[in-house]
Design a binder for this molecule. Structure first.
Ligand SMILES: *[C@@H]1O[C@H](CO)[C@@H](O)[C@H](O)[C@H]1NC(C)=O
Ligand SMILES: *[C@@H]1O[C@H](CO)[C@@H](O)[C@H](O)[C@H]1NC(C)=O
Ligand SMILES: *[C@@H]1O[C@H](CO)[C@@H](O)[C@H](O)[C@H]1NC(C)=O
Ligand SMILES: *[C@@H]1O[C@H](CO)[C@@H](O)[C@H](O)[C@H]1NC(C)=O
Length: 434
């Protein structure tokens, strides 16, 4: 159902009121440099689906968003030349986890999607034509708001910059949508840390329906990202614990800066691809299903800065995608271990599903210097009725130029994932988000 735009704010207020009335957890205050993160489907999220969805429907919806996400990631890695970081396709995709940010002075509270494969931040602004949201940032109410001028070096870091008067602006397209934003600066406050003069895109106009409604906070490694703009404060270090979307009442956390990061954690080196500077590449060397290391052609896992091939950790993709030969090897061994003669069925993009209880093997991702054995909560999805169980991974879609393995958020849930850029390493430790 399409909601008339003039009703949307009202509906949101009702929704928020109702949700917060029901669930005191929605009102949690962020402390220090730690922010609460919630799933977009959480009862506390204004972006949760407007109607009650069945389990199958929500899985299929997440899968279809993944399809767009994979196209977006593949378009990044397939790029032939160095282009400005905040390119059109980088800005928009389907965000899964959101956090609370305050912008301006006095601070206006907005929800932003957290995205490790994006650099730039953007938010819908007052007067935005076509924005489907709910809550926008009002620059006129902030004393610290500034436009970025066309002459500023910052203006060169956005895609197709244009000059409206003397202010820097850019237009971009995504799927059937277009977005026009101006490049602006204001204070961004995360938990209790103010970051003065944060540069972001103030969205003025969107068309079509594929642009996501909320703001987005880019946690990539490139210029204009949160890391780049908070060098002194957070030292390019952060970690998160993503709550499971099965326990929607749980929230996770985003911990910014080197202080209070876990000491007991296993690391693998972060690999740097100068041509895809926002992505967090790691070296996935093998995959174990049960006790067997499955037979994957080395080329399917190899890091190649020229083609963009390799493996990334991404917060915005829901289900792990492996390039076809790698996925086939994992799936075949998984099926063999579950029972080679047992009937297998499909659900949307999942091709290894069972309509009866199974004993599933554990899956271990073997990275350089770090083995991560995933609890079955991270590898299997079960319908609420318990009638169907699927291996929650898939082959990279073959309609995109896929050379990329993506360790997605379902496989990261209830783990602390630490991005330690100064020491070029990524850490993973089991942790129950609460
Ligand atoms: C979430 O919490 C609300 C109220 O606290 C409760 O009614 C609901 O059943 C909980 N949902 C889940 C999935 O635990
Ligand atoms: C960008 O979009 C705005 C709003 O739709 C439009 O007025 C402007 O002409 C566009 N600029 C370019 C360079 O396409
Ligand atoms: C999977 O790993 C868990 C602990 O990580 C262990 O308790 C369990 O027995 C393993 N399952 C199988 C089928 O090996
Ligand atoms: C990972 O597992 C493999 C095979 O089980 C083992 O040989 C290797 O030493 C382990 N690596 C680490 C860093 O524990």
């Amino acid at each position: 159902m399409k909601i008339p735009f003039f009703l949307a704010p009202l509906l949101l207020c009702l929704l928020v009121f109702q949700v917060q009335g029901q669930n005191p957890k929605c009102n949690i205050q962020d402390h220090g440099s730690t922010l609460q993160i919630i799933h977009t489907f959480s009862p506390c999220s204004p972006f949760k689906p407007s109607k009650e969805m069945s389990w199958e429907e929500s899985v299929l919806q997440l899968q279809s968003k993944d399809q767009a996400r994979m196209q977006y990631l593949s378009s990044l890695v397939a790029r032939r030349s160095v282009v400005p970081i905040a390119s059109a396709r980088q800005i928009i995709q389907s965000p899964t986890y959101i956090l609370k940010a305050k912008i301006g002075n006095p601070p206006q509270t907005l929800l932003m999607a957290m995205d490790t494969s994006n650099d730039v931040a953007w938010i819908p602004c007052t007067g935005c034509v076509g924005c489907s949201t709910t809550k926008v940032f009002a620059p006129s109410k902030s004393t610290t708001f500034r436009n970025v001028g066309c002459g500023s070096p910052l203006c060169k870091q956005v895609p197709n910059p244009t000059c409206g008067g003397s202010a820097c602006a850019f237009n971009l397209t995504y799927g059937s949508s277009t977005v026009a934003a101006s490049v602006v600066q204001d204070t961004l406050t995360l938990a209790t840390d103010p970051v003065p003069s944060y540069t972001f895109g103030c969205v003025q106009k969107t068309t079509g329906s594929s642009a996501p409604p909320q703001g987005l906070l880019g946690l990539g490694r490139g210029p204009l990202s949160l890391l780049a703009q908070t060098q002194n404060l957070y030292k390019s270090t952060f970690s998160y614990c993503l709550p499971s979307f099965k326990s929607l009442n749980f929230s996770g956390s985003l911990r910014l800066g080197p202080v209070a990061q876990p000491k007991r954690i296993k690391y693998t080196p972060l690999l740097k691809n100068p041509r895809r500077s926002s992505l967090y590449y790691v070296n996935l060397v093998a995959i174990k299903v049960g006790r067997r290391i499955v037979d994957i052609p080395p080329a399917a896992l190899a890091f190649n800065p020229t083609t963009g091939a390799g493996t990334i950790f991404d917060s915005g993709t829901v289900f792990t995608r492996l390039v076809e030969p790698a996925y086939t090897a994992v799936k075949n061994e998984f099926r063999r271990r579950v029972g080679p003669k047992l009937p297998v069925t499909t659900l949307g993009g999942f091709d290894t599903c069972y309509t009866f209880p199974i004993v599933a093997p554990n899956i271990t991702f073997m990275f350089s210097g770090m083995n991560v054995t995933l609890p079955q909560d991270n590898t299997l999805i079960h319908s609420t009725a318990g009638s169907i169980t699927c291996l929650a991974m898939a082959a990279a879609p073959d309609n995109v130029n896929s050379v990329l393995n993506v360790i997605a958020n379902m496989q990261q849930q209830n783990h602390r994932v630490l991005f330690d850029v100064p020491n070029s390493r990524l850490g993973v430790a089991r942790e129950l988000c609460t």
